[in-house]
Design a protein around this ligand. Structure first.
Ligand code: EPU
Length: 429
């Protein structure tokens, strides 16, 4: 097993380049099987484990995946020959269920085991199923474990989502692009990665309009073709470095970002007293005094992203005064509070509300990454704290942050990846 060991208390300074967006990549990879052709995908965070699992799944169903360079792959979907994906493939991540929509679009049939992924509370898929059924698919769930969907013909149809769901919006889009006629998704998710997926599908010959608004219209096309496509920068990785810069009283230029995607994060940092300078494709964040408190409520885009909530909590834990964090998406996203409290934070959680009483400093402690973004919060806290922090269960962090040790170290953090229990220094990176 591996852990991160951080000797904190050093301000992060310098420049960091953000990788391609994980959550866009996880939708775009399965989307590539909708054409019987070759898609070249650039700016892909190839080395994060969620992406490697998706590439493995592609190979499992017959696609050829070729690594062109560190961030570019080619997916040749001509030989895809199976609509069955077993639990071995899906247990690692949520997004494996995007193969249901993609396989339905490709073959009119999908038999895909229920997905794994971070535990953030119950993660139902009723809206996905509602969408597939609206398009004319028969969907059953065998033994509570395998989703079996099939349709002789997929027919475009209106679908109203009862909750704004990123996953359901993606899955319905994937199934609808080759359906006959027009599908209209109402109350659709508007996240940047939804827009990126729609742009990718359109580059393959699909006719998707309105992505980024509440209403997405998809006119089905008969055939799709290959394309070359570059994935957008990762909004959440960028936000993580923005908060890390502020929480360590540092000054960091975060490059390869779309500042518009970061507005909700920038405005909260400014509210806490940080300086945020926007450039065309970069932001600089600095803070040279103790942050002020502020309150946040997580909401679907363009609201404050739930995937930035744990990281922001670290800054608020160090703020003057009391902050309130209201989690509006997931019912179990405060597990990190217990870990931060071990480092001297004062966070009380009551249901969906966390009350954060700011403290002057955090101190290093042994902690764990309960999930991906909780892990990101531990990284920031470890860099900001005095003394040494050891973070276990870092496999969660490796799911979504590319070259994380190298990136933090280049900003001046004293961070190492260590194998344990042997603590063999030879394995330190
Ligand atoms: N929901 C339903 N029914 C459904 C689908 C969702 O009730 O059929 C509910 C969920 O229980 C939740 C809310 O709707 O309360 C929103 O869920 P959503 O479907 O939007 O989440 P998701 O697609 O499972 C994606 C990201 C998450 C991110 C959420 C919210 C991917 C692969 N995952 O999850 O990212 O937290 O959207 O923005 O895109 C992460 O990257 O760390 C991460 C967890």
């Amino acid at each position: 097993m591996e852990k991160f060991v951080i000797r904190g208390g050093r301000p992060l300074r310098g420049e960091v380049t953000v990788s391609g967006a994980k959550n866009a990549a996880l939708a775009i990879i399965p989307a590539a099987i909708l054409s019987q052709d070759i898609c070249r995908i650039e700016n892909l965070p190839v080395s994060i484990s969620d992406v490697s699992h998706m590439m493995k799944t592609l190979r499992h169903i017959g696609a050829q995946v070729r690594l062109i360079n560190a961030n570019t792959i080619e997916i040749d979907a001509r030989a895809v020959n199976s609509f069955v994906i077993s639990h071995d493939m899906t247990k690692f991540l949520r997004a494996s269920y995007y193969f249901i929509g993609a396989l339905l679009g490709r073959f009119g049939r999908a038999k895909v085991a229920m997905p794994g992924g971070c535990y953030l509370g119950p993660r139902p898929i009723d809206q996905h199923i509602k969408g597939f059924e609206a398009l004319g698919a028969d969907v059953s769930i065998e033994d509570n474990a395998i989703v079996d969907a099939h349709a002789d013909r997929l027919i475009g149809s209106p679908v109203y989502l009862d909750v704004v769901s990123v996953g359901a919006t993606v899955n319905i889009l994937l199934a609808a692009v080759k359906a006959e006629g027009m599908t209209v998704i109402e109350n659709a998710a508007k996240e940047p990665h939804i827009v990126d997926l729609a742009n990718f599908l359109n580059s393959m010959g699909a006719d998707v309009r309105g992505a980024g608004t509440d209403t997405i219209k998809i006119r089905g096309v008969e055939k799709m073709h290959g394309c070359t496509y570059s994935i957008i920068p990762d909004q959440i990785e960028a936000g993580t470095f923005m908060v890390a810069a502020a929480a360590t009283f540092g000054n960091v230029l975060i490059k390869n970002v779309i500042p518009k995607h970061l507005e909700s994060i920038s405005s909260k940092l400014v509210e806490c007293g940080a300086q945020v300078e926007e450039f065309d494709d970069a932001v600089r964040v600095s803070l040279d005094h103790r942050p002020g408190h502020c309150s946040i409520k997580t909401m679907p885009h363009p609201g404050f992203p739930t995937d930035m909530q744990p990281q922001m909590a670290v800054l608020l834990a160090l703020a003057q005064g009391t902050s309130y964090i209201n989690e509006g998406i997931w019912s179990n996203r405060f597990r990190y509070a217990e870990q931060l409290n071990r480092m001297g934070a004062n966070i009380k959680v009551e249901g969906q509300l966390a009350v954060v009483q700011g403290v002057e400093a955090l101190r290093g402690a042994p902690v764990k990454a309960d999930d991906l973004r909780a892990g990101a919060a531990m990284l920031i806290a470890g860099c900001a704290a005095t003394g040494t922090t050891e973070i276990e269960e870092i496999l969660h962090i490796d799911r979504g942050y590319e070259n994380v040790v190298e990136k933090f170290a280049a900003l001046g953090a004293d961070i190492r990846r260590i194998r344990f229990p042997d603590n063999d220094a030879a394995h330190a990176v």
